[in-house]
Design a protein around this ligand. Structure first.
Ligand SMILES: NC(=O)c1ccc[n+]([C@@H]2O[C@H](COP(=O)([O-])OP(=O)(O)OC[C@H]3O[C@@H](n4cnc5c(N)ncnc54)[C@H](O)[C@@H]3O)[C@@H](O)[C@H]2O)c1
Length: 258
């Protein structure tokens, strides 16, 4: 069904975004509001002078309180963006079980709790967007992070199947290397190597992600559910072949045509 508001496709929709105090979540909250939504921005660390509501995605009681508030204020919720996430960079041999569990609590259990608590408030036509990662499509070496994002893929697939009959869609976006505070601490070697594996030859910005999230929450995507969409400049599409291709091609990659 086409929206009556082509430039404001989310008019009248109440949409919750987690991890929205900064980075991708803040950009998504802005984009959703610009598209006409009532965007409920939440974060475990809301800025003191910002308009984020406090919500720790790992806390069942926080979700219960939010759901009760939304039921009271609006009666329903039309969208959820499970964006909050944390990185933990230990490798296989060094990661501690407690850190592994903590990362899962935010990146996989958090979205699960969000779906469990808000889906009951969602009428047909609602949509959920989970924010995965290119790590969820590869064997990216920070093992706790990667395993948690693979777990989120599983949650997404099951949610799409379980909620589809109620008219609720569930899709996943997989960002590649995006310039936010999460990646600000990356070493130059990491940044250079990642961009070297990215066919479009650059890092992404928060504004590369937000328009897709708006689309997936809007009625324009009403037959799309269970989809996983990388927004990664082609990073995961070649399955690791780019560095091999570049290594064996005569001349520099920048000056060659296919
Ligand atoms: N930046 C990247 O390159 C990249 C790549 C792939 C995937 N992602 C994913 O994109 C999402 C957004 O990341 P970002 O780059 O904007 O990172 P960011 O660190 O800038 O923002 C993450 C936000 O999540 C919040 N948060 C952390 N724990 C929380 C909790 N328990 N409850 C509620 N909020 C919590 C933080 O306070 C922060 O505001 C994450 O899920 C991340 O894993 C990021």
């Amino acid at each position: 069904m086409e929206s009556d508001h082509p430039t404001h496709p989310l008019t009248g929709k109440v949409i919750v975004i987690t991890g929205a105090a900064r980075g991708q979540g803040a950009a998504e909250a802005r984009a959703l509001a610009q598209a006409g939504a009532k965007a409920i921005a939440t974060d475990v660390r809301p800025e003191p002078d910002g308009d984020c509501r406090r919500l720790d995605v790992t806390s069942e009681s926080d979700w219960t309180a939010l759901a009760a508030e939304l039921r009271e204020t609006y009666g329903h919720v039309h969208g959820l963006v499970n964006n909050a996430g944390v990185i933990q960079r230990d490798r296989l041999g060094e990661v501690r079980p407690e850190d592994f569990a903590d990362v899962h609590a935010v990146n996989a259990t958090g979205p699960l709790l969000g779906i469990q608590h808000l889906a009951p408030l969602m009428p047909p036509g609602s949509a959920i967007v989970n924010v995965g990662s290119s790590a969820a499509l590869t064997g990216y070496y920070p093992v706790a992070y990667t395993a948690s994002k693979w777990a989120l893929r599983g949650v997404s697939k099951i949610a799409a199947m379980e909620l589809g009959p109620r008219g609720i869609r569930v899709n996943t976006v997989h960002p590649g290397y995006i310039e936010t505070e999460m990646t600000a601490a990356a070493t130059p070697a990491f940044r250079e190597a990642t961009i070297g594996e990215t066919p479009l030859g650059r890092s992404g910005t928060v504004d590369d992600i937000a328009p897709l999230v708006v689309f997936l929450l809007s009625d324009a995507s009403s037959f799309i559910t269970g989809a996983e969409i990388p927004v990664d400049g082609g990073l995961t599409a070649h399955g690791g072949v780019k560095s091999i291709s570049d290594a064996v091609r005569p001349g520099t990659p920048d000056t060659q045509t296919p």
